[in-house]
Ligand binder design. Structure first.
Ligand SMILES: Nc1ncnc2c1ncn2[C@@H]1O[C@H](COP(=O)(O)OP(=O)(O)OP(=O)(O)O)[C@@H](O)[C@H]1O
Ligand SMILES: [Mg+2]
Length: 367
């Protein structure tokens, strides 16, 4: 069993604050993904845990043991990087078993552990091959094999799939998940790809400029984003944001969009008191803006002009321009739609988010 405590972790590079006050407790067997834009401090956080970077202040613990001053090789951590440099002159078996041989494990134990790792990673048939004779995904699996034979307390992955093409990435993502289900080792995984984060993680940590913006399950960060940044970062295509003014009415709320359109939300109450005409962003995900062809009563809707149709096969995206700016919605029947046509989108009121324009925080809803 291994839990990880990251307590008020800070890293400064001279005057640059790369990571500030990173605070998190990671459960045994948990798969945690750090995600965020380039330069937000993901790798630095991971490297501090691995011992490859000095900690400016704060504490790293594995179980109850503080490891701040423990040498990287004595931390019982295995790390897999984006550039997984295999030894080109060694076959797969030798690459996987390299760490065990260096540590002078008995021969039969090396044999056993390496074959077991190869089996987990579906590499048994390839043990005699040289890296030059493998595909990108197979090489990446060998790199993972090298990490798992050591049976470490903790796995750290830094963008391990970045060098692979889209299809292989998708396949390897599923492999990662299977691997975790089999070996159940506590894992911290870094990526800048929010889909990878959503599909792999038990919990996601969303970072920006060295600061944690939100920690939550994939469901939470998607449906209950803490703020405007998280809401825009998670989800493809990205959430639509429109400037609006909110006014409290009896009952509910009146929402006045910039540009003139407005609608009434009768069954809607926010947990924060809003003054007269409070300035907000309204946030609606494309899948919650559905193109409607016939007018129904009590429909909460907005109109916009069609600019681009993007058929994705299973569904179609409609990129439209309204007097409030550009929005992306969805349609189930996109045949025959014309450029410039007026499109009405139904809004699901249960999926609307409001973000305070000043604090950028999401206002939580009571009703
Ligand atoms: N050795 C260093 N010296 C000075 N600044 C550094 C050093 N390493 C990282 N930084 C800075 O610290 C910040 C965080 O870098 P880090 O590599 O952790 O980002 P990241 O989230 O992993 O980004 P990416 O997605 O591009 O890999 C960046 O502003 C970076 O320029
Ligand atoms: Mg990085």
């Amino acid at each position: 069993m291994s839990t990880v405590s990251l307590i008020q972790l800070n890293k400064n590079f001279k005057e640059i604050s790369a990571v500030s006050d990173f605070d998190m407790f990671i459960e045994d067997k948990e798969f945690v993904v750090l995600v965020g834009p380039s330069g937000c401090g993901k790798s630095t956080t991971l490297r501090m845990i691995a011992g490859l970077e000095d900690i400016t202040s704060g504490t790293v613990k594995i179980d109850d043991r503080i490891i701040n001053n423990v040498h990287p090789k004595d931390r019982d951590i295995a790390m897999v990087f984006q550039n997984y440099a295999l030894y080109p002159h060694m076959n797969v078996f030798k690459n996987i078993s390299f760490g065990l041989r260096a540590r002078k494990y008995p021969k039969n134990e090396i044999e056993l552990k390496t074959r077991k790792a190869a089996e987990i990673l579906d590499l048994t048939e390839l043990l005699e091959r040289l890296p030059g004779e493998l595909s990108g995904g197979q090489k990446q699996r060998v790199a993972m094999g090298r990490a798992i034979v050591r049976e470490p307390k903790l796995f750290l992955f830094d963008e391990p799939l970045s060098n692979l093409d889209a299809k292989l990435r998708h396949k390897m993502r599923a492999e990662m998940k299977k691997l975790h289900q089999k070996v159940q080792t506590t894992t911290i995984y870094v990526t800048h790809d929010q889909i990878e984060a959503m599909t792999l993680a038990d919990r996601i940590v969303i970072m920006r400029s060295g600061v944690i913006e939100q920690i939550g399950t994939p469901y939470e960060v998607y449906h209950e984003p803490a703020n405007h940044f998280v809401a825009g970062f998670i989800g493809t295509p990205t959430m639509n944001f429109i400037d609006c003014e909110l006014e409290k009415t009896q009952p509910g709320l009146h929402c006045q969009l910039s540009g003139g359109s407005s609608f009434q939300l009768d069954h809607f109450q926010l947990n924060e008191e809003i003054g007269p005409s409070r300035e907000m962003y309204i946030g609606i995900r494309p899948e919650d803006l559905i193109h409607v062809t016939s007018k129904r009563e009590n429909l909460i809707s907005i109109d916009a002009q069609l600019e681009v149709v993007e058929p994705l096969g299973a569904e179609t995206l409609l990129i439209c321009k309204g007097d409030f700016g550009e929005i992306t919605g969805k349609s189930n029947q996109a045949r025959g739609l014309q450029w410039g046509e007026s499109i009405e989108f139904e809004i699901n009121p249960d999926r609307i988010h409001f973000f305070d324009k000043k604090t950028r925080k999401r206002l939580r809803r009571i009703i």
